[in-house]
Design a protein. Sequence first.
Length: 527
Amino acid sequence: MNGTLALYNGRIHTLNEAAPLAEAVGVVNGRIVAVGANDAVRAAVGRADSLDLRGRTVVPGLIDAHLHFLSLSLGLTEVPLTGVRSIAEAVERVAARARELPPGQWIVGSGWNMNGLKDGRWPSRVDLDLQVSAHPVALSSQDHHSLWVNTRALEAAGIGRETPDPPDGRIARDADGEPNGLLLEGGRRLVREAIPDPLPDQVQAALHAGMREANRLGLTGAGSMEDPAAFAALQRLRGAGGLTLRVYESIPADLLDRAIALGIRTGFGDEWLRLGHLKIFSDGALGSRTAHMLAPYEGEPDNLGIPVRPREEIRELVRRAAAAGIATCIHAIGDAANRIVLDIYEEARRDGLLDGLRPRIEHAQVLDPADLDRLARLGVVASMQPIHCTSDMVGIDRWWGARGRGAYAFATLQRSGAVLAFGSDAPVDDLSPIAGIHAAVTRQNAAGEPAGGWYPEERLSASDALRAYTVGAAYASGEEAIKGTLEVGKLGDLVVLSQDLLAVPGPEILHTQVEATVVGGEVVYGA
């Protein structure tokens, strides 16, 4: 997109420290040519489409540093289970979808959260079998680290009593040793491989829908953590000029050899579509109680979580990737997982392997106090999802107890000098960056709970939270020279808001509406 557009009479937060406020911005051929006073921008832009902001607020285009874009897009057609309060409610939603489909067709859904189910137990295949037996069913938990399936799905995947647990996961079993319909971590793969892939035209249609939703929420860029099929589909859209979202795509760890053989380095691509960091998993997640912890979960003395990839294997991947010019981003939720990753990065930094690269930890959800200053010292980007803070706080209190003090330590990490890059992890959680900023600023859910915020000392200012969705996210992908702030020469990506989220009280941030999203000087959402 190489649009030409001028916006006047606004309150424009440039996030450029040398000139933080302006009343107008002009874009020519997709790039910013002027930022400042109305008359100066008019002189620089000349005849162009113009928009009178009438005092509205403008911020740089928002960037989600960590999501799963194709999964999000395909998920728009799945059975939505976010917010269900009981197993029966989830089953009824699945049964309603089953009544619309011919027998034998797969039913896929996601969003159930063990911490939000009032039943007090894990769901099982029997719960689904009672109402949905003619369709194979696969339902991802909100954190996407557990999969709840029925008997028909287990049969389709060939999972039975004799099926062994994979080395990186577990097949939960009942008292008789039969699979009970709950698959954890690598155990999910057995069913995932049995689900038919969507057709190419279904993928393209889903991606278009996903981009429309992202643009509606003010997103102009995304760091996506997926597989080659997603990247191939995005390339087809790029070739057809169909992208309205700039995507920084990760490289799956299992494809490192191929990437090295092709000579791919982090940053390969253009301003629309780039290949980025090598994505490695260290552990599971809180919701599934598989995050790797230094001490057992509260009330589960034998549970330290699941380290899904051995330490030495992660170390080898980091070092081989770095030697080939490929940065790494490592999923680490638990305090043990984060310590392992930091130890590996510290050794690689000492050996000079990380020079010129920007290593990341994805989530950095809970850190032991001894590790809180290490990210800044080692130059590791904290790629975090503030919306998880408010959806996980009840589970953290329940399963980690006092260790919650080191969870989502936004302010502590920022004071230490670490770069924060914020995202949503969608479809795991709410895609809205406005909701994410609200969570970072208030540490409260949409209902205003808890009063004063959860561990309120870790709250950020609205300005710092916004910077994590713009400047920080751009830095995390090595693209701060072209995005993240509104400055001459940078991409013409910006968002028009209904109110100044940097001026309103924290709880009011959630009521901010995106009125227009501009990508490359073209309005992709709004009038």
